[in-house]
Design a protein around this ligand. Structure first.
Ligand SMILES: [Zn+2]
Length: 161
């Protein structure tokens, strides 16, 4: 009798674990608290709950069956700051690529814990908004995304191949 109970408990645990993996893999673009991640091959967005059952990076994409999901930093500079959620960028370091990471959309350098442009903050929907009464001094204007626009076709090509 006791064994039967044990079996059904472990079955529940297995089903729950499977459901959790399925749930994190299918949350898609919906915003829930967690770690932003992107499939390097398909460009799909994910939000992972990095709890004790998290498999580690690169995380599996259950649609493709490949471990191709990497954590992202978000670029809010230049035109990237105009769209809610900014641009999601996988750092070169995550992909074992050398050199600094540049945003594929605006060309700004993206770093770990990528900062927001100075004088800006995010609202609850992830939209970039100016901090009321923020004083931006001249020396940081370049950082604040005021560099002259190079047009929509400006894009950086990673060195080497
Ligand atoms: Zn950008």
């Amino acid at each position: 009798m006791k064994q039967k109970i044990l079996v059904s408990i472990s079955l529940i645990v297995i089903i729950y674990a499977g459901w959790r993996v399925w749930a994190v893999a299918t949350t898609g673009g919906d915003y829930i608290p967690g770690m932003n991640a992107m499939d390097v091959e398909t460009g799909e967005h994910f939000t992972f709950q990095t709890g004790p059952d998290f498999p580690g990076w690169p995380a599996p994409n259950h649609k493709t069956g490949k471990n191709t999901v990497y954590p992202v930093e978000v670029c809010y500079f230049n035109q990237c700051g105009k769209k809610p959620g900014g641009t999601w960028v996988i750092l070169n370091g995550s992909l074992d690529k050398p050199g600094p990471t540049t945003c594929p959309v605006c060309g700004h350098t993206v770093t770990l814990h990528n900062p927001l442009p100075e004088g800006f903050t995010l609202d609850e929907k992830g939209k970039l908004i100016a901090v009321p009464n923020a004083k931006v001094n001249n020396s940081s204007q370049e950082e604040a995304g005021t560099e002259p626009s190079g047009g929509p076709h400006r894009r950086s090509v990673p060195p080497g191949s």
